[in-house]
Design a protein around this ligand. Structure first.
Ligand code: 5GP
Length: 190
């Protein structure tokens, strides 16, 4: 069992709607040494892929992605969930939010995503895959390449992992949850 899995068992809280709350180490309070451990695991997995940039989505992916950027010594860009005033300067996609139950625009300015770059996408959670599919769409618009995807916590009982692996992406999740029990707060890994 790796460190993120241990922390999930010790400190994760199962909420209604198949949501796992990890606010004490990943989504609100942050444990830098844990985040750094995860970053180094992805570094070992992807170090020979010629990664030139890390791409994530605001807000909760940013801290994790920053440590990954440090490990690879490359810049980190996050998709912004903002109103876009100048559409011609930005790549834009629509993402449905699992936790907020609403659709929003995500954009990255064109100057930060260049043709031919090798991108590693990083996010905290993978549920149905909408956030990561949105980021893939932005990378594709820039004619850059998604060389890998690193997810801290994949909820294996939802469809995102199957979908992304089925599309041929090299998806590396550090914890894959098989089942979560709301009543007993029990979490099982694959
Ligand atoms: P997806 O787009 O794959 O359906 O959902 C992934 C996004 O929704 C992540 O970026 C994450 O912010 C949020 N998310 C999905 N499931 C959970 C969960 O169980 N716990 C938390 N904290 N966030 C989640």
């Amino acid at each position: 069992m790796n460190r993120i899995q241990e922390e999930i068992l010790k400190r994760g809280k199962v909420l209604p709607g198949n949501v796992l709350k990890v606010n004490s180490f990943l989504n609100h309070q942050l444990e830098p040494s844990l985040l750094n451990d995860m970053a180094l695991q992805w570094y070992e997995m992807f170090k020979n892929e010629g990664i030139t940039k890390i791409v994530t989505i605001e807000a909760s992916g940013i801290a994790l992605a920053t440590l990954v950027g440090l490990a690879f010594n490359v810049p980190v860009v996050f998709g912004k969930k903002t109103f876009v005033s100048n559409m011609s300067n930005s790549y834009i996609t629509k993402v449905y939010s699992y936790t907020k139950d609403q659709e929003f625009n995500v954009c990255i300015e064109k100057e930060f995503l260049k043709k031919g770059e090798n991108i590693l996408i990083i996010d905290d959670f993978l549920a149905n895959g909408n956030a990561i599919l949105g980021l893939i769409d932005l990378v594709n618009q820039a004619k850059a390449y998604v060389v890998g995807i690193g997810v801290a916590i994949e909820k294996g009982f939802q469809q995102g992992g199957k979908l992304l692996r089925g599309l041929g992406y090299n998806l590396q999740s550090l914890a894959i949850i098989d089942s979560m029990d709301l009543i007993e707060n029990k979490i099982k890994f694959k």
